[in-house]
Design a protein around this ligand. Structure first.
Ligand code: IPD
Ligand code: CA
Ligand code: CA
Length: 271
């Protein structure tokens, strides 16, 4: 029963992510403008973020009216089925606004509070990543069928390529820059893609050795976190904790542990 339910949830998440991805890719107005701002003047929302969330929630609630929702652009419902959808309709809005290709649609399904399905569609890469809890992580793209994802064998930390992100709130990003400055000499290099969901999937597919960020919301990491774990990566927050707003860390076993320790030593979760 559970397996059948998870398969159904996966199929629905894949359909919703595909349709939203097409809307965002094909429907981006040439003169796309900022519709409103949120936590700060640089935390922007476009009409396309809002349209994509509506498409996703209309599709899912049409088929599963009892489910709950948590969506970045305001979707919020308790639900009665035990299933809740955690949705970032457009992760990487600033990239999207500027016409940069790294952005994604991120859809996770939780059952009784545990993430059981994650789908991240990255339309400009032509790739979609997915996982069902206990079933491995997979990608579809410009190849035949599904490809299993596996995180990268860990290099020594000083040869690790690690991605991060910066919050929209000035004081938080200033502190994040200070932490990053302390990390740079200890790593191969640092990346900043502009999409937390893509970063987590890049850890899953071995394109990064690790990723960390402070200040994320559940919709940023829910799907990507499951995909990274199912690809063999370790994920967490501060030591012993799950990913949270305080801190989200992911990495190949062997990179995750020393990275998490350094982030704790550097006080990466607060200023
Ligand atoms: C943002 C992206 C970015 C991360 C920010 C997120 P949004 O999400 O994931 O990479 O650094 O913290 O808020 O605003 O584009 O959905
Ligand atoms: Ca986001
Ligand atoms: Ca978003």
């Amino acid at each position: 029963m559970t397996d059948a339910l998870h398969r159904d949830l996966l199929a629905l998440a894949q359909e919703a992510a595909r349709r939203a991805g097409e809307l965002l890719r094909d429907g981006r107005p040439a003169d796309l403008a900022v519709a409103k701002t949120k936590s700060s003047p640089i935390d922007v929302v476009t009409e396309m973020d809002i349209a994509a969330e509506k498409l996703i929630t209309d599709l899912i609630s049409g088929q599963r009216p009892e489910d709950g929702f948590l969506g970045e652009e305001g979707a919020s419902a308790e639900g009665t089925s035990g299933v809740r959808w955690v949705i970032d309709p457009l992760d990487g809005t600033v990239n999207y606004l500027y016409g940069l290709p790294t952005w994604a649609v991120s859809i996770a399904a939780e059952q009784d509070g545990e993430t059981v399905v994650g789908v991240v569609a990255a339309p400009m890469r032509g790739e979609t990543y997915h996982a069902v809890r206990g079933g491995g992580a997979w990608a579809t793209g410009a190849w035949e069928g599904e490809r299993a994802l596996a995180c990268r064998p860990a290099p020594p930390l000083d040869q690790a390529l690690v991605s991060t992100g910066f919050n929209y709130v000035t004081e938080v990003r200033t502190h994040q820059a200070e932490v990053a400055a302390r990390l740079v000499p200890l790593l191969r290099d640092i990346r900043r893609s502009g999409s937390a969901a893509v970063d987590l999937c890049d850890v899953a597919s071995g394109r990064l050795d690790g990723y960390y960020e402070r200040g994320l919301n559940a919709w940023d990491y829910a799907a990507g976190d499951l995909i990274a774990r199912e690809a063999g990566a370790l994920t967490g927050g501060r030591p012993g904790e799950r990913p949270s707003r305080d801190l989200t860390v992911a990495g190949s076993p062997g990179v995750f542990e020393p990275l998490q320790r350094l982030l704790e030593d550097f006080g990466a979760w607060h200023d």
